[in-house]
Design a binder for this molecule. Structure first.
Ligand SMILES: [Cu+2]
Length: 244
């Protein structure tokens, strides 16, 4: 039994070490894909553990149910080693799994916090109840959710974009559901997030921190367009032209 316990522990630790290496250095990070992957692992994990507990629970409930009134249980007395093993083996297995998820969580977190060097920088200002975006050449855009006019956030496809964010009033939170990223904004501090649009198209960003009466109207269009089109748009905006 001792051997079984130590073999289980070694297996668990070994698996943790191998799986934690999954995010190989040098590869282009993709936090959104990593997040999806981690979420899938968590769901599989919850499902398997849930199924195991449910099956074991049901089995024991039926196996050891009382068959007559006033019945006294006659379960066999476990040896000390067996009793410890019954606790230790599942504990090692679940701990190994937890370590794996934790290690993977740290890897994903690192991807989220380390902005690629070639990222396009856009300043985001949150205010009750509008988002405004300022590009490196001074062009500023907003989107009006009521009239659905304005460009909102326009970004090039296939290039990392880092948002440097600040609030002028209360705490807001910039949430890009499509890109699996969200970060708070607050007065007196610049926070950041980065993402990389993979395909051209329109998505949304929305405020994810209750910030007053029109909080639920505080959303903006996010438009990803090819790099050449983006350069043209930015130049045109600089000359005071109308947007994309
Ligand atoms: Cu808000």
């Amino acid at each position: 039994m001792k051997r079984v316990v130590s073999a289980m522990a070694m297996l668990g630790l070994g698996l943790t070490a191998i799986l934690a290496q999954a995010g190989a250095p040098g590869a282009t990070p993709d936090p959104a894909a990593s997040w999806n992957h981690l979420w899938r692992d968590v769901l599989i994990d919850l499902f398997i553990i849930g199924a195991v507990f449910l099956a074991a629970g049901l089995y024991w409930v039926f196996k050891y149910r009382a068959t007559s009134e006033g019945q006294v249980g006659d379960a066999p007395q476990l040896s000390k080693l067996a009793a410890i093993s019954f606790a230790a083996v599942p504990a090692f297995l679940f701990m190994a799994d937890d370590f794996y998820l934790a290690a993977k969580g740290w890897t994903v977190w690192n991807e989220y916090r380390n902005v690629p060097r070639n990222a396009l920088e856009v300043k985001v200002t949150g205010s009750m109840w509008t988002w405004s975006f300022e590009y490196e050449n001074g062009v500023t855009t907003i989107f009006d959710p009521d009239s659905k006019t304005g460009d909102g956030l326009v970004v090039p496809v296939g290039k990392p974009v880092v948002l440097r964010m600040n609030s002028v009033d209360v705490v807001h939170s910039f949430f890009l559901p499509e890109h699996r990223v969200k970060e708070d904004l607050m007065p007196g501090r610049v926070t950041y997030l980065w993402f990389q649009p993979k395909a051209a198209g329109e998505t949304i960003a929305t405020c994810a921190e209750y910030c007053g009466n029109r909080h639920s109207f505080m959303w903006t269009k996010v438009k990803a367009i090819p790099q050449a089109e983006f350069d043209q748009w930015l130049a045109k905006m600089k000359q005071g032209g109308q947007g994309a």
